[in-house]
Design a protein around this ligand. Structure first.
Ligand code: TPP
Ligand code: MG
Length: 356
C-alpha cells in the first residue's frame, strides 16, 4: 500500500483566555490604535445586538440573530479586508458589516422588513444579508470569477456557519474555487450550533477546516474568540488570494452565547452549564484584559466607550423608528426587472388590500 495523500490542519491563537500572548503577536497588533479599533468595533457590535433584541422584544423589529460572544469573527474578518473587496455575510455578521460602513439604521431596517436596509449607502458592492443557509457561497465564487476575468486585484470574502458546511452549495462553491484558483476566502463561523443541532451531530469530520481538503484548497483553523488571530489568519488568506494564489477556507472556532435568533429558546435543547462555561472564552473581555495588562486601556476609557456606543446605537434606533414604512407592495419590487405574471397578480392583490 502506498499513501497517496495526507493532510494536517493548523490552529492559530495569539491570546489565551486571560488575554496573555501565547506567542509573539503579528506586526499589526503592536499598534495600540489598531487593537483599540478592533476592541471598539466588538463593543459597538454587542451594544447594537442588545438594542436590536430589545426592539424585537417590544414588537418594533422582526426576528433578529444576535452575534453575542461571536463578535471577533466578523470584526476580525472585516478588519482584514480592503475597502474594494466584497463581503458576503450570512445573517450574524453585523459587526463586520458595520466596520465596512453599513449603517446601523440600515441593518435595523433590514430586520424590520424594509428593503432599503439592503441598499447600503456605504459599501455599495457588498452583498446583502443572506438568510438561506450557504446559498451565498456560490455567489462569492461568481464575484471572485468576475474579479479574475477582469484582472482586478480584489477578493470576495464569504462567511457562513458550521451548519452551512453540510450544504451542497458550500461544497460546490469550494470545488469550483479550487479548480479556478479564484480570489475568494471562505470563513466558517463555527459557533458550535445550527439552531438546535450541535456540532457533533453536524458532521463526523474532526474539523470543519478539513472540508477544504477535498476541494484542493488550504483549510486552517483559528481561535475565533481571539480577534488578533482572526484578523491575522484571514488577512494572510486574503492577501494570498489577491496575489493569485487561490482560495482558502478558514474555520473560526467560537460559541453562540445567545439563542439562535429571537424566535428561539435555546434553554430547551442546551445546558446552562455549557453556556456559562463558554462565557469564560468570549472575545471582548479577553482583548480588554490584554489592553489593560499593557496599560493601554483604563476604566475611564471603558466608561467613555460604553457611553459612545450607547449614544450611537440609540441614534440609529431612533432613526429607524422614525423611518416611514414602505408600501407593502415593495416586497415584490426588488426581485425582477419585469415581474412574472403570477407575481404581478399577487402584487395587484396586495396593492388593493393595503391601499389607504
Ligand atoms: C436553506 C435553508 N435551510 C434552512 C434554513 C433555516 N435555518 C436558518 S438558520 C439555520 C441554522 C444555521 O446554522 P449555522 O450554519 O451553523 O449558522 P448559525 O445560525 O449558527 O450562525 C437553519 C437551519 C434556512 N434559513 N435556509
Ligand atoms: Mg452555527
Amino acid at each position: 500500500m502506498t499513501q497517496v495523500a495526507s493532510f494536517t490542519i493548523e490552529h492559530t491563537r495569539y491570546l489565551d483566555l486571560r488575554g496573555r500572548p501565547t506567542q509573539p503577536l503579528p506586526a499589526f497588533a503592536e499598534n495600540r490604535d489598531v487593537l483599540i479599533a478592533l476592541y471598539k468595533a466588538m463593543v459597538l457590535t454587542r451594544t447594537f445586538d442588545a438594542k436590536a433584541v430589545s426592539l424585537q422584544r417590544t414588537g418594533r423589529l422582526g426576528t433578529y440573530a444576535s452575534s453575542l460572544g461571536q463578535e471577533a469573527v466578523p470584526v476580525g474578518v472585516a478588519a482584514a479586508m480592503r475597502a474594494e473587496d466584497v463581503f458576503l455575510p450570512s445573517f450574524r455578521e453585523q459587526g463586520g458589516q458595520m466596520l465596512r460602513g453599513v449603517r446601523m439604521v440600515e441593518i435595523l431596517l433590514y430586520w424590520g422588513g424594509d428593503e432599503r436596509g439592503s441598499d447600503f449607502t456605504g459599501p455599495r458592492e457588498d452583498f446583502p444579508i443572506c438568510v438561506p443557509v450557504g446559498t451565498h457561497a456560490p455567489h462569492a465564487v461568481g464575484v471572485a470569477h468576475a474579479f479574475q476575468l477582469r484582472g482586478e486585484a480584489r477578493v470576495a470574502v464569504c462567511v457562513f456557519g458550521d451548519g452551512a458546511t453540510s450544504r451542497g452549495d458550500v461544497y460546490e462553491a469550494m470545488n469550483l474555487a479550487g479548480v479556478q484558483r479564484l480570489p475568494v476566502v471562505f470563513v466558517v463561523n463555527n459557533n458550535q450550533w445550527a439552531i438546535s443541532v450541535p456540532r457533533a451531530r453536524q458532521t463526523a469530520a474532526e474539523t470543519l477546516a478539513q472540508k477544504a481538503v477535498a476541494a484542493g484548497i488550504p483549510g486552517i483553523q483559528v481561535d475565533g474568540n481571539d480577534v488578533i488571530a482572526v484578523r491575522q489568519v484571514v488577512g494572510t488568506a486574503i492577501e494570498q488570494a489577491r496575489a493569485g494564489e487561490g482560495p482558502t477556507l478558514v474555520e473560526a472556532l467560537t460559541y453562540r452565547l445567545s439563542d439562535h435568533t429571537t424566535a428561539d429558546d435555546a434553554s430547551r435543547y442546551r445546558d446552562d452549564a455549557e453556556v456559562s462555561a463558554r462565557w469564560k472564552e468570549e472575545p471582548i473581555t479577553r482583548l480588554r484584559q490584554h489592553l489593560s495588562d499593557g496599560g493601554q486601556w483604563t476604566k475611564t476609557d471603558e466608561e467613555t466607550l460604553i457611553g459612545d456606543c450607547s449614544a450611537q446605537v440609540e441614534a440609529a434606533a431612533s432613526e429607524y423608528l422614525a423611518t416611514p414604512p414602505l408600501p407593502t407592495t415593495s416586497m415584490l419590487d426588488h426581485l425582477y426587472a419585469t415581474l412574472p405574471a403570477a407575481l404581478a397578480e399577487q402584487r395587484a392583490e396586495v396593492e388593493e388590500a393595503t391601499e389607504p
